[in-house]
Design a protein around this ligand. Structure first.
Ligand code: 13P
Ligand code: SF4
Length: 304
């Protein structure tokens, strides 16, 4: 089947089955083109509470499908590739959360949405890169145990000196691999370009940025800027939207490491197959969904 044939069959199945396709900016361009809703993790979480369809197909990694399911326990949530899993989502553990709760009285466990449903269920509030600063600043607790990402935690902690952060050692291998030396080389090669950095990058990299923010934040910043050249320090999938919105601007990646192998597992073939077969489906226990929902809803409320 050609891509066009697959696209038309996907459209037909969407209508027949009353399905909605949601995609993150890091998936391949052809998959992004099929999405009814495309956005960053915060947009996808918020949108998931507004969906009026029988089926949600989440074109992204597993934690995104789990979040959509937790927010829509009565809908069928499908993942084109169940093995598309974010390694960082597992880089914390419930035992350490329990230990921290015993150690600190005035503690909030803040869980980046890039985490398993089990970790969310053991936490007080979820955040994304788009709202972490706002949400943590609004929490009454002084002590913040931020899981799983060390880099986003440091980025937020530096801006909230009134809070006491307890750091966890998780990281995103895609963003964490970028170095200040590579940035310096890219800046030397493109001296006019502004540097946009995702906060999953190391502090030594965010320190060099003209703008730090989520993928949607970077897209908005670039759209509003008069500059013509940009260095993009996040997963390269975001370039598709940047180029579409800004045909007069030029974008440069920093390194060949900026590719998330798990996001790239979502293909047109798998998207078509998941709509035909209605599996793999995200299945979580009632108890887990209930417990993971509270910190997700708290995020949506505090982000308002
Ligand atoms: P956003 O915070 O822009 O959604 O990207 C984070 C990410 O790594 C999603 O996997
Ligand atoms: Fe996980 Fe990083 Fe891939 Fe996002 S880009 S899914 S954080 S590995």
């Amino acid at each position: 089947m050609t891509t066009e044939q697959m696209a038309s069959r996907i459209e037909q199945l969407k209508k027949e089955k009353n399905a909605v396709l949601m995609a993150h900016y890091y998936v391949d361009d052809d998959v992004q083109d099929m999405a009814d809703y495309i956005g960053d993790s915060f947009f996808l979480s918020r949108k998931a509470t507004e969906i009026d369809a029988d089926i949600i197909v989440l074109c992204g990694v597993r934690f995104m499908g789990e979040s959509a399911k937790v927010l829509n326990p009565n809908k069928k949530v499908l993942l084109p590739e169940i093995g598309a899993d974010c390694p960082m989502a597992h880089m914390a553990d419930v035992e350490t959360i329990v230990k921290m709760r015993k150690e600190y009285d005035d503690l909030a466990v803040v869980c980046y949405v890039n985490s398993t449903a089990e970790l969310k269920a053991a936490s007080d509030v979820c955040v994304t890169s788009a709202n972490a600063l706002k949400i943590v600043s609004r929490l009454p607790q002084k002590n913040i145990f931020f899981i799983p990402d060390q880099n986003l935690a440091h980025y937020i902690a530096d801006q909230l000196p009134e809070k006491h952060f307890i750091f966890n050692d998780g990281f995103c291998h895609v963003h964490h691999s970028l170095t200040a030396e590579e940035i310096a080389e890219a800046k030397a090669e493109h001296p006019e370009a502004l540097l946009c950095v995702h906060p999953e990058c190391k502090p030594s990299v965010t320190a060099l940025a003209d703008y730090v923010g989520s993928t949607s934040g970077i897209i908005s910043y670039v759209g509003a800027s008069d500059a013509k050249e940009f260095l993009i320090a996040t997963e390269v999938g975001v370039m598709y939207e940047l180029k579409k919105n800004n045909p007069d601007k030029t974008f440069y990646a920093i390194s060949p490491q900026q590719v998330c192998p798990n996001m790239k597992k979502i293909t047109m073939e798998k998207l078509l197959a998941v709509l035909e077969d209605e599996q793999p489906e995200v299945i979580l226990s009632e108890e887990l969904m209930e417990n993971a929902k509270a910190p997700m809803i708290k995020m949506l409320e505090l982000a308002k």
